[in-house]
Write a protein that binds this ligand. Structure first.
Ligand SMILES: C[S@@+](CC[C@H](N)C(=O)[O-])C[C@H]1O[C@@H](n2cnc3c(N)ncnc32)[C@H](O)[C@@H]1O
Length: 344
């Protein structure tokens, strides 16, 4: 084959891989939804046993299970399927670190919304039933199953953020922080454990409070972190040395982002700091991951999008902060944290 033909074939292969990348996502999501990993965590099983236990159709079961073997999620020996190791362990709810909540959230919410990307690109509308904003979250909090999925999904990502926030700046002069939109307090809880001198506050919508208390009790941090219920665009934020806003700004249009950052400036004591983290876009707008993440925000919430580091800088400077630095967290979704200072 000539060079040209080879290049064409390689390009075609790349396109076709991209085109069918969702096959893998859907096999993974169905395996989680059907409970394949939970069942095999209890012990090996044959295709027939899995088919019967999970009420699958015999015609599809073999290909489905063997595809999971091909994707290194299951093993097969002597006609019995077992979990393949570390990746499969992350999909078993009773294991330490569980990614199944996040996978389920993608199956139910993200995948449907992304299915309408073409329409969204034309009409600019979010394609999930929860379109973001305070009302969107309040509607979501009426559905306990959806809330549980959202909390699991958020904690999947933020559990790797907290240890990095603990070392991204010198906290020694600070005694308190407030995590604004801090949900059930996972970041706050991990942060007070990493930084023993610190008192934490979480500010979130009132329906989150019971989930917060449950989470603090589970993690033994109830005496170190306090919950404040309210609307962060309207109600007074607690006075603090450090404010954290993570995975929040990308749900909101520019004017609301600015309003929230302005409000933190009022709440932070002179000499304090603001930490903003999100999967920010590089200033050159070339990194595909953050840009795809931005489209994800746009199909899920009206007015949501990722933003560049320069845009974050301009938000904090406009509020009166001194921009300090940006730190790459190199975590699951490549968050960047912008650190801004309020002069003493
Ligand atoms: C995507 S989550 C981010 C959670 C957490 N900061 C993290 O990094 O995983 C957004 C949070 O903002 C909260 N939120 C949304 N609108 C709010 C509002 N108007 N006032 C207070 N909290 C709000 C939601 O309840 C939710 O917990």
């Amino acid at each position: 084959m000539g060079d040209n033909a080879q290049r064409t074939e390689q390009a075609a292969r790349r396109i076709m891989r991209m085109n069918a990348a969702y096959f893998q996502s859907k096999v993974l999501q169905s395996a989680v939804e059907l409970g394949v990993f939970e069942m095999l965590a209890a012990g090996p099983a044959t295709a027939g046993e899995i088919c019967e236990e999970l009420s699958l159709h015999p015609r599809l079961t073999g290909d489905f299970l063997d595809a999971l073997v091909g994707l290194d999620l299951l093993d097969r020996a002597d006609g019995h399927y077992t979990l393949a190791g570390e990746m499969a362990d992350l999909l078993v709810a009773s294991g330490g670190f569980y990614l199944g909540g996040s996978v389920a959230s993608h199956a139910r919410k993200h995948f449907r919304a992304w299915g309408e990307l073409t329409a969204a690109l034309r009409d600019g509308e979010a394609k999930s039933d929860i379109k973001g904003g305070t009302d969107g979250f309040m509607r979501l909090y009426q559905n306990p199953e959806a809330v549980a999925r959202l909390m699991d999904h958020m904690d999947t990502f933020n559990r790797f953020v907290a240890p990095k926030l603990a070392v991204c700046m010198d906290w020694s002069g600070y005694r308190s922080f407030v995590d604004i939109g801090g949900a059930r307090g996972n970041v706050a809880s991990l942060l007070v454990q990493a930084l023993p001198g610190l008192t934490g506050h979480v500010f979130d919508l009132p329906p989150v409070e019971p989930l917060f208390h449950e989470h603090m009790a589970k993690h033994g941090t109830a005496d170190r972190v306090r919950f404040h219920g309210g609307d962060f665009l309207v109600d007074a934020l607690p006075e603090t040395d450090v404010a954290i806003i993570g995975h929040v700004l990308h749900d909101w249009p520019h004017e609301y982002r600015q309003k929230l950052i302005d409000r933190t400036y009022e709440a932070i004591r002179p000499g304090g700091a603001l930490l903003v983290y999100d999967p920010m876009i590089d200033n050159d707008r070339r990194e595909a991951d953050a840009l795809l993440q931005s489209l994800n925000c746009r199909v899920l919430s009206s007015g949501g999008s990722e933003y560049t580091v320069d845009e974050a800088r301009s938000l904090v400077e406009h509020a009166g902060y001194r921009y300090d630095t940006v730190v790459e967290l190199a975590n699951l979704n490549n968050d960047r944290v912008v650190i801004a200072r309020k002069d003493a």
